[in-house]
Design a protein. Structure first.
Length: 196
């Protein structure tokens, strides 16, 4: 169960196609993630939706797995990139028998999981990291930066959930373009295991 109200995968994908056609950069998440990855790195796109981030990173030479709870979104991802692995699963139950160099949760994934399950989701994402892996998550912090139904999160709480999963904050941005975070309604957080 999540706070995600569901969407028509085709309609969701079409929205990003329209943005791209107007010249918007729809690959900011993938660009930032790629800057953090080793050549041919392994990526778990958690809450992957239609696969936009995972597909872009795979095109850039990375090995990607996408996971999402919404079948209509995954249907689009599977059609667009049948060569990639797409897993239908709730993040509160995620238990893949593999580890990744980077786990990305873009698109307000954490505020959209079931209320109260956020610490468990973050723990499960952290558990899928390799020893030097990074957890990268971007989400809104106020109603203006969140979809309807999403929960309001506090960055101190998020950092504490990461710490419980064995991770510490490496850096935080205000956007996927790497602008410094100085407060505001959106944050991109990068966490890693201490001492790495």
């Amino acid at each position: 169960m999540t706070r995600w109200s569901g969407a028509d995968g085709e309609g969701y994908a079409a929205r990003f196609e329209r943005l791209a056609a107007r010249g918007a950069d729809v690959h900011g998440e993938a660009t930032l993630c790629e800057s953090l990855l080793p050549l041919g790195g392994r990526v778990l796109d958690a809450g992957c939706g239609t696969g936009r981030v995972a597909i872009r990173l795979a095109e850039r030479g990375h090995e990607c797995v996408g996971v999402d709870v919404d079948r209509s979104m995954l249907d689009v991802a599977r059609r667009r990139a049948p060569h990639l692995r797409w897993v239908e699963a709730d993040l509160t139950e995620l238990a893949l028998d593999e580890s990744f160099d980077l786990v990305v949760a873009a698109g307000n994934v954490v505020p959209l999981v079931a209320a109260g399950s956020e610490p468990e989701v973050v723990r499960r994402l952290a558990a899928h990291l390799s020893d030097r892996g990074l957890l990268v998550a971007g989400f809104g912090l106020d109603p203006d930066h969140l979809p309807p139904g999403a929960g309001l999160l506090d960055l101190d709480d998020y950092d504490s959930w990461c710490a419980a999963g064995g991770l510490s904050l490496l850096r935080r941005y205000a956007t996927w373009d790497g602008e410094a975070y100085e407060g505001g309604g959106y944050a991109v957080s990068i966490h890693r295991r201490p001492g790495r």
